[in-house]
Design a protein around this ligand. Structure first.
Ligand SMILES: [Zn+2]
Length: 147
């Protein structure tokens, strides 16, 4: 993208296909991208990978077998309001069709909420602060997952 961004007119929307993770969205917005189009949130949901405010989780992980908590305590989506990690893990491991649907609802909600928060940060002139906090939270989650 860095090779093309200087050539694109500043007064037109910028569309980027195939990107990407929530952290990619934040970084690409910082570089002037306005529109995204990517399968990642839905494809990963169908494969059991969920994006959360505390980083990514794989719902088939054994540590969720008896976890009564929601996918993401900070999320207000239908899946998080109604189903536990343990139940979603069960659905996923038994190849129940609802696993993909419920996981997809959560991931799309997480992405839309991330974009809503980006839009709000831009509107109030605090995008750089939002960007820093967002990256710090994900870095902390990565360290926690490794430790
Ligand atoms: Zn959710």
């Amino acid at each position: 993208m860095s090779q093309t961004e200087g050539w694109l007119p500043e007064d037109r929307p910028r569309y980027l296909m195939g990107t990407g993770t929530p952290e990619d969205l934040v970084e690409c917005v910082a570089r002037g991208i306005d529109l995204f189009d990517c399968v990642l949130p839905t494809r990963n949901a169908r494969n059991g990978q969920l994006f959360t405010s505390q980083g990514r989780i794989n719902i088939d992980n054994a540590r969720f077998a008896e976890d009564d908590g929601p996918v993401d305590p900070a999320c207000g989506c239908y899946t998080c309001r109604n189903f536990s990690r343990a139940y979603l893990r069960h659905l996923f491991n038994t190849r129940e069709m609802n696993a993909g649907a419920l996981n997809t609802l959560h991931n799309l909600h997480f992405y839309l909420d991330t974009i809503r928060r980006i839009r709000e940060a831009i509107r109030f002139g605090r995008f750089e602060s939002f960007r820093r906090t967002f990256q710090e939270q994900l870095s902390a989650a990565r360290l926690r997952d490794k430790g």
